[in-house]
Design a protein around this ligand. Structure first.
Ligand code: SAH
Ligand code: SF4
Ligand code: F3S
Length: 481
């Protein structure tokens, strides 16, 4: 059974959906009795952690409706796409996958195909799906994710295609069932939407304005996670530093961290994403003071050129960003930084790009997520005339990646021989002879071990640094002095 929280303000709204969940459960029970098999679902997620977490909500609803997750290689009864539109290639991937699903006449089993996520908040995309992807049965958006049971029930009983995308955000609906993908660490939304309107970015258009969840709802959810044995939580928001602004509260994010730090059983707290324009002193103090808040900050800078930053509407300069890094390092020695960088924003000159490389060299990030600028219809920057040639973008991108890779590798080498604390997440996906986990600084560590230490905090000695991860050996408890 998925995690259902105690119902409150939005009780009636969610209660209605629970009624549909129960009605679908009757349908799936009948199928199970008749066919001797439980109907299945497959969720395909594109995009960021927000979507990963939304997919956990979709899974929660489907589990409660009596569907089970499909085993690999099988064709599911219901296939749900949770889509992203932050860059063009994210959208192309979705169309590619959808195309492959077009049914042929001799298909024995026809799946119900449903699509949600950020891409669906764009009317031109919905039109295209309507016309060219006729095997898609249900289209819904980010603001009405929780109505999926109702839409699915109507589709299953009437058989007509459903297009239901809301163009404005409503209140936050608490109480959606959730089936979490992992059992050591969990995502917790603290706010939805974004008010920043960076000129390149589509997110504010597809996720709506900032809305913060009530502190008590968040604390209750984390408490339930702790009770269920979760050890690490990551608080999610497009800009967590703005948490509480819409509730009229100041310093609410730091305050929330203090409350969560008090929850017994939770060992580590992470959060993302922070915006440099309003990274507050109270947050830096919280990272410094609170033992469970990890020494890692994801702080996207996007471009090193103050001129480009202005065009991007980021509301800070290169100097301000570098000053922030210094301030955080002074307060929290040993903290690691990761970042997001865009290459080839309209009008970016070679000089502007060199400023970006300069920030990378000065800060020495542990990891950088680097993106080629992608023109997004509807954003301000899409109308800028001086778009950059693809070849130039790619050439700069490669120089940036080469620089960052060498810095990342050098930082990893400093770990050789060090003893670090790792929260063990389970068997490594890529190396199934090893267990995997992360340090407080978010370094990926893989190590061989005979005993299953999943969910435990262990001391690991780094025996070999690799460009993108660290290889370690567990130190038995008795040997730690
Ligand atoms: N809210 C977060 C990030 C959301 S999107 C923040 O502000 O940091 C994740 C990253 O995608 C952004 O940080 C940015 O680097 C990148 N991105 C967003 N729009 C883009 C676009 N049009 N082209 C290329 N990269 C983009
Ligand atoms: Fe996009 Fe900027 Fe909002 Fe991040 S802060 S989601 S980059 S508009
Ligand atoms: Fe995330 Fe992509 Fe939407 S980055 S918020 S899933 S547009």
């Amino acid at each position: 059974m998925a995690d259902r929280k105690t119902l409150q303000a939005t009780e009636q709204t969610i209660q209605k959906q629970y009624a549909y969940i129960d009605k679908i459960k009757d349908i799936t029970t009948e199928i199970s009795n008749k066919e001797g098999r439980q109907p299945t679902y497959d969720i395909r997620v594109f995009g960021c952690q927000m979507n990963e977490h939304d997919a956990e909500k979709i899974a929660g609803m489907l589990d409660d409706m009596g569907y089970s997750k499909v085993t690999e290689g099988d064709k599911a009864d219901i296939i749900v796409f949770d889509t992203c539109c932050v860059r063009e290639n994210a959208e192309e991937k979705v169309y590619g996958h959808l195309g492959l699903l077009k049914p042929s006449d001799d298909d024995e089993k026809k799946s119900v195909v449903a699509i949600t996520g950020c891409m669906m908040q764009q009317p031109h995309v919905v039109e295209k799906i309507k016309k060219s992807y006729r095997h898609v049965g249900i289209v819904f958006g980010t603001h009405n994710l929780y109505t999926f049971p109702e839409l699915l029930y109507k589709y299953l009983t009437k058989g007509k295609r459903i297009f239901d995308v809301w163009d404005t955000e409503g209140q936050i609906v608490e109480g959606t069932p959730i089936t979490r993908a992992e059992n050591v660490k969990a995502w917790v939304n603290i706010m939805l939407g974004c008010n920043n309107f960076c000129s390149y970015c589509i997110v504010p258009y597809v996720r709506g304005r900032e809305r913060s969840r009530n502190k008590q709802d968040i604390v209750d959810e984390v408490q339930r996670l702790a009770d269920a044995g979760y050890k690490e939580i990551t608080l999610l928001g497009q800009n967590v530093n703005s948490y509480g602004n819409d509730l009229g509260k100041k310093d609410a994010f730091a305050d929330l961290l203090y409350a969560i730090n008090d929850i017994q059983g939770i060992e580590r707290i992470r959060f993302m994403t922070s915006h440099p324009k309003d990274l507050s002193d109270s947050l830096i103090t919280a990272i410094k003071e609170l033992p469970k808040v990890c020494e890692h900050l994801h702080l996207p800078f996007q471009s090193g050129s103050s001129r480009v930053l202005k065009e991007m509407n980021r509301k800070y300069t290169k100097e301000h960003y570098l000053g922030l890094i210094d301030k955080v390092r002074e307060q929290v020695p040993g903290i690691s930084f990761t970042t997001d960088i865009i290459v080839g924003f309209p009008g970016e000159t070679e000089e502007d790009f060199l400023e970006t490389l300069d920030v990378v060299k000065k800060v020495r990030f542990d990891q950088a997520f680097t993106f080629l600028y992608s023109k997004r219809t509807g954003t301000k920057a899409a109308k800028f005339e001086n778009q950059i040639d693809e070849d130039v973008k790619k050439e700069r991108f490669q120089r940036l990646v080469d620089l960052q890779n060498s810095i990342g590798e050098e930082i990893n080498q400093t770990y050789d021989g060090k003893i670090v604390e790792v929260l063990v997440e389970g068997i490594s996906r890529n190396k199934d002879t090893m267990y995997t986990g992360r340090t407080r600084e978010y370094k990926l560590v893989n190590f061989p071990c005979d005993e299953d230490l999943t969910g435990k905090l262990v001391k690991v000695k780094i025996v070999k640094s690799r460009p993108f991860w660290l290889e370690g050996a567990v130190i038995p408890e008795g040997e730690i002095s």
